[in-house]
Design a protein around this ligand. Structure first.
Ligand SMILES: [Zn+2]
Length: 326
């Protein structure tokens, strides 16, 4: 008997691959989560993290208390709450003057994580559910890219502290490696909102900033793909929608509506019923926070030199990105 469409679908190699890979990630996540949960972070000598920290902000972007308070209400996206550069990125003046869609390693070679390895600590202040969500985000990036997040051994000088910072609250991160303990702020769920840990998406977004990625809609060619509705942006935050010159846009990848690094349509909107960004292609959606897109995945592998490393590596990461990326 000729095979039915359903049978063909059942044996489609790409579906089989995707299923196996998903099972594999789930397996690594379960085993890994168990082993990490069995390692009490109290045995590590963690630095004291105050409730209030002052992430770097370029001088020209300092906000008044009044404008900052505009961002704090719960209807706002948690990625816009901290009032940092473009909402969620801590930058000093030096980097601000050279910022790119992705960090340029020729300008800032020291900001690349050495040996593609990122030691991390997840704060013991998170409840188990949040802890597992953050851990799943880390495992997914570890599986899809050649960058490896590893539990901090208490000795490495540079590492990420994934922490529920109270002020500025929200989801925010530095861009690239800054040296020493480096905060990634993820506000846990409360009665009003999931904040940054409703799913793995927002943790993945902030972790990609920590690896050196910026926002997709800041590319020099973005006006061909999205319309910025300046009239509906809260005036103090219009510069969050600046774009870069062509010279400063170093990526070779196509504009990516599906990027986990793209702003959502209502970020910084004065009238919440109207978008601040609209895609120019009707079928496109913006601001997904579910999974790395194919291109996000390739970008990370490219930034960390894994697509040109060897034909085997190249094939491995192209395959993983193509099958598992959104
Ligand atoms: Zn961001």
């Amino acid at each position: 008997m000729a095979p039915q469409a359903n049978d063909l679908q059942k044996y489609n190699p790409s579906i089989i691959f995707r299923t196996l890979a998903t099972l594999c990630i789930a397996c690594i996540q379960t085993v890994g989560t168990r082993s990490v949960l069995n390692t009490p972070s109290s045995v590590l000598n963690l630095p004291t993290i105050p409730d209030k920290v002052t992430p770097m902000l370029p001088e020209t972007l300092q906000l008044s208390d009044e404008n900052l308070s505009l961002l704090q209400d719960n209807e706002n996206d948690p990625e816009t709450k901290a009032g940092l550069f473009q909402g969620d990125m801590a930058l000093n003046d030096e980097v601000y003057n050279y910022w790119r869609v992705g960090l340029r390693w020729d300008v800032f070679p020291e900001k690349l994580w050495k040996n593609r390895t990122v030691p991390y600590v997840i704060s013991p202040l998170y409840d188990t559910e949040s802890y597992i969500t953050i851990y799943k985000a880390i495992s997914t990036i570890n599986f899809m890219t050649c960058v490896k997040f590893v539990p901090w051994d208490g000795k490495a000088k540079d590492y990420l502290l994934i922490w529920p910072i109270k002020y500025p609250a929200g989801c925010w991160s530095y861009v690239g490696r800054y040296g020493g303990p480096q905060i990634v702020s993820l506000e846990p769920p409360d009665i009003n909102s999931d904040n940054c840990i409703g799913s793995e998406g927002r943790p993945m977004h902030e972790l990609l900033h920590a690896l050196g990625l910026f926002h997709e809609q800041s590319r020099s060619d973005r006006d061909k793909f999205v319309k910025i509705n300046l009239d509906n942006i809260i005036p103090a935050f219009k510069n969050n929608f600046n774009k870069q010159s062509l010279k400063n846009t170093t990526y070779k990848f196509e504009y990516d509506y599906d990027s986990i690094m793209h702003y959502g349509p209502y970020f910084f909107s004065a009238d919440k019923s109207k978008p601040t960004i609209t895609p120019k292609h009707a079928a496109s959606r913006l601001g997904q926070r579910k999974m790395l897109s194919k291109t996000d995945c390739l970008k990370v592998n490219d930034l960390y030199g894994c697509l040109g490393k060897s034909p085997l590596y190249r094939r491995k990461y192209y395959t993983l990105c193509n099958y598992l990326g959104l």
